[in-house]
Design a binder for this molecule. Structure first.
Ligand code: UD1
Length: 344
């Protein structure tokens, strides 16, 4: 069984490639290396012993996408990660986000339809819920107007898939709404590689602990939560990766109940920013420099998933803890630091 993973050298993509290979799938990766490096292939090969087939293609290049699908007669499914994901950047460069995240999705679905490839997994996000009306968030929660072009591309993406699977019932898709993916592979051979100054909490935490950043800014301690800091559902990237394998198998084995399904992928538990800081210091025995600053515009107070649908339908639930993720993220940061040191 051969599966295409777009964005397969990225953070979640690379961990998913590993999990697919562990389950015996043959994987072909497309990545344009815009937010990843070719060395990720070595990391994957170190873990699984298999170097996956790789094509450096920018999915905005429609002729290249057409050519690629022509050259791959035995693809059984597609897991589509390739997309831009920085909320702030999307506000400055909305057209880039629509081109990267929407055009490419359309091209892929067109080619899947043309070549009768019927199994599609889409990377969506809990960002589609905005500030939820109630917690934990179920898949029934209303999708609110998006706060950023990035968030909008996830909502529009879901709608494009809904319309496509409606019009072509032979096509089957699952959208996975991720909560906050963190951590790294426990082997420390692959992990997150943020471009420039990290916008997300955990890479900023690990870079501060190692001394690349002077101080972590905690965005707001006046939220209506127990300790005043915002709450998220942080999920270990290995657990998240496994949910893609399970979702793909559901489609491959025709176990899906309709030809477009949506699942929350989180742990079902919320942690505040302060809880994360304390847990990081405790499990890794390091001290973290931090200060409280103003809230970050656009941030919501509290978000965590109701994961019962994924549990009952996919038979999937997270196994690793937030502490496991913080330990693995730190191990990965230390490995990156060593690699940097060796270069000097
Ligand atoms: C953000 C996006 C989300 C996207 C995800 C993946 C928003 C509103 N949401 O999630 O759509 O899918 O990234 O890239 O932007 N924090 C600090 N200091 C920091 C960084 C973060 O205190 O230096 C806090 C934030 O205020 C937040 C929490 O840590 O409360 C998590 O932030 P982050 O990792 O950026 O994820 P989200 O904002 O939840």
């Amino acid at each position: 069984m051969k599966i295409l993973v777009t964005g397969g050298l990225g953070f979640i993509g690379s961990h998913t490639v590993v999990e697919l290979q562990h389950k015996g799938y043959e994987v072909v990766i497309i990545d344009n290396l815009s937010n990843s490096t070719i060395e990720v292939l070595d990391g994957i090969a170190k873990i699984t012993g298999i170097r996956p087939e790789f094509h450096q293609i920018d999915l905005r290049d429609k002729p290249a996408v057409i050519q690629f699908f022509k050259s791959q007669p035995d693809l059984q499914g597609v897991i589509h990660f390739a997309a831009s994901k920085a909320v702030g950047e999307s506000l400055q460069k909305p057209l880039l986000y629509y081109e990267n995240n929407i055009n490419t999705l359309v091209y892929i679905l067109q080619q899947m339809q043309a070549h009768q490839i019927s199994n599609f997994i889409f990377s969506s996000s809990c960002t589609v819920y905005g500030e939820p009306d109630k917690l934990p968030i179920t898949e029934e929660e209303t999708v609110k107007p998006a706060l950023s072009p990035y968030g909008n591309t996830k909502q529009i993406g879901e709608e494009i898939i809904r319309d496509t699977t409606h019009a072509y019932p032979e096509m089957k898709a699952i959208a996975l709404r991720y909560f906050n993916p963190i951590g790294a592979h426990p082997s420390a051979h692959i992990g997150e590689l943020p471009n420039g100054v990290p916008q997300n909490l955990i890479p900023f935490v690990t870079q501060t602990a190692i001394g690349i950043r002077e101080e972590l800014s905690v965005f707001g301690d006046d939220y209506p939560t127990e300790d005043g800091t915002a709450i998220r559902d942080y999920i270990h990237v290995v657990d998240l990766a496994q949910s893609h394998v399970v979702a793909m198998e559901r489609l491959l084995q025709n176990k899906n109940k309709s030809n477009y399904e949506i699942f929350n992928i989180g742990t079902g538990r919320g942690s505040s920013v302060m809880e994360i800081i304390k847990a990081f210091e405790k499990v890794n025995k390091v001290k973290l420099n931090y200060k409280i600053v103003d809230r970050r515009p656009g941030d919501v107070t509290a978000v965590w998933a109701d994961t019962s649908l994924a549990a009952s339908e996919l038979g999937w639930q997270s196994k690793l803890t937030m502490e496991d993720a913080l330990r693995d993220a730190w191990k990965w940061q230390q490995k990156l630091d060593e690699a940097e040191g060796n270069k000097v």
